[in-house]
Design a protein around this ligand. Sequence first.
Ligand code: IVH
Length: 667
Amino acid sequence: MTSIELEIDELKIKLKKYQFEYYVTGKPIVSDREYDRLFDRLLELESKYPELKTPDSPTMRVGSDLTHELPEVEHTIPVLSLDKAYSEEEVIKWVEKTERNTGKSLSFVLEEKIDGISIVLYYDRGLLQRAVTRGNGSIGNDVTANVKTIGTVPLSIEYEKPLAVRGEIYLPKSLFAKINKSMEADYANPRNLAAGTIRRIKSSEVAKVPLNIFIYEGFFAEEEALSHVNNLNKLRALGFRLNSRTTIFDHETIGGQFNDLSNIIERMTTERPDLDYEIDGLVLKVDDVQTRESLGYTGHHPRWAIAYKFESPAGITQLIGIDIQVGRTGRITPVGRVEPINIGGATIANVTLHNQSYIDLLELSIGDMVSVSRRGDVIPAVEKVVEKSENSPLWHMPDHCPVCHTPLIQKGAHHFCPNHDCPDQIKGRIRFFVGTDQMDIRNLGPETLDVLLEKGMIKDIQDLYTCDFNSLEGSEGFGSKKIKLIQDGIEASKERHFSTVLASLGIPDLGKRVAQLLVQNGFSDIQNLIQVAREDNWETFASIPGIGEKMAKNFVNAFGEPQLLKQVQALGDAGLQMQSRDAELETRDGIFMEQSWCITGSFEHYQPRSLAETEIKQRGGRIVSSVSSKTTHLLAGEKAGSKLNKARELGLTIVDEQTFLTMIGQE
Ligand code: IVH
């Protein structure tokens, strides 16, 4: 090996490690400056000696896997949406109106409205030049490399002039479950999976997903266009994949009898479940291209087509804003504010939007009409955009934390506020610490904590143990009774087991189960954990079954943080358990660990039912509001109804009140 080769090799090894630490574990181990210096040196050497550049060089990853961003490009055709009708009558009325407006008898084409990802393919000189998502209609994302992995997209065509075609990318329904599982993903439906895939940065990953496409519009040079049917035939002849399930209402042959339009709509609606792709409606289009031009366009849709929309099981409402929440770990969650809507008996005004990638996937702008569902248990989610607002920009995360104005950083799909002292992070940490699943300090709800923070009585968790609650006496809402209850709660928290204290510190990955694992495996004193971190000995943690390398390294980092050490010291001084008094006692508490319980019916001991919830949660179990295959137990009281039947069907463990009391040792 020459000295140059050696240097390149060394640089690659170092940079790969640094990239891993930065992007995967989220804990950079060198300064940005040092990283840039090495990176630039590698770039320099690779450009001097291109023969030494390998496809796996860290320099090849720039602007790709690491940023989660796709280039934005302008469309050269307006990517319009469709006008909508929700009943057959509305469709027939639209036909009549359109014929009246043109003063002609017209021919129409009825197509399926594919529920996939809208895409525009731009060809020139016979080659696919660009594939661009719809975006907001004038700017979309360039996803060419990914779209090229779809076997049914022609990369070259026998047509030299510029040609734009519109189509829909979709994932066959029959493959959805399998692919979702193999990707270890949790997409709600085939469309979201396809959207997530098409936005992936590595085309090699995209190639593993069997996406497909239907093309439904071609934008040929004007002088050549005759009719839609003619265009479709030309597209087919050029090698595009078209949906064959189209119906032509030809005025010449059927004499404008649109009676059978209703029959066909009905038939296609019934056949919908048998298709291997999702459709969310039908589209009726004027066939003649000249007539189309004379009818024209609004800023939103062509006047020559209408979508007949199937009824959606979810609610449709407008996104009126996006708020940003800063969690206790600094993680930023965008939360959508919607026009309040009733879904399944609950009024929904906020919806989670997860992160920027999810928003990108939906191509979301404020003002869009969105379909909202209550997925799984409780958290309402935006399923998709059903109608784009006009000219509204796609939403982007701000650069700075909205609370403390620190520049945000990105790790994987999420943005973080890196300021440990960000007021919302502090608030989140304290709320978490006192929560029922952690230290369970009663009478310290969010409002009370807000008052304490506002008055400057507490600045972080440890101050709860030194602040003078008596000084609150006389303030609004703080009678002597309430103050006494708070003080009692604080006192009682000093009796919580060491593993509970450990799990309340808010260290990533260190929940109750892991805390108990650590205690069981000899880490019965916080000083042991700190010592391991001091020795940078992550392997010791990783040798415990159930603790992986990534988690172990996180712990080494966490227990080395000066802020945490200071906090631990203060909490210990205040009298909290910083060592285990009885390892066995600690773990007995976790009898429902990893279990997920649903509660139904009425109980003799547990009134209200939330009392039973607390018993389960305190023992490490999770509470779910509905029975699914992921539920492990059903606590069934008197008059248990459909949930009991479902639990029987699914073969869950069904527990009655008496058995439950025995399980928790109270009978
Ligand atoms: S025609 C100007 N035809 O529906 C042409 N659109 O809600 C307008 N779509 O953005 C589109 N199947 O993504 C057309 N057979 C079809 C379609 C179709 C699905 C989508 C398309 C469009 C959206 C409008």
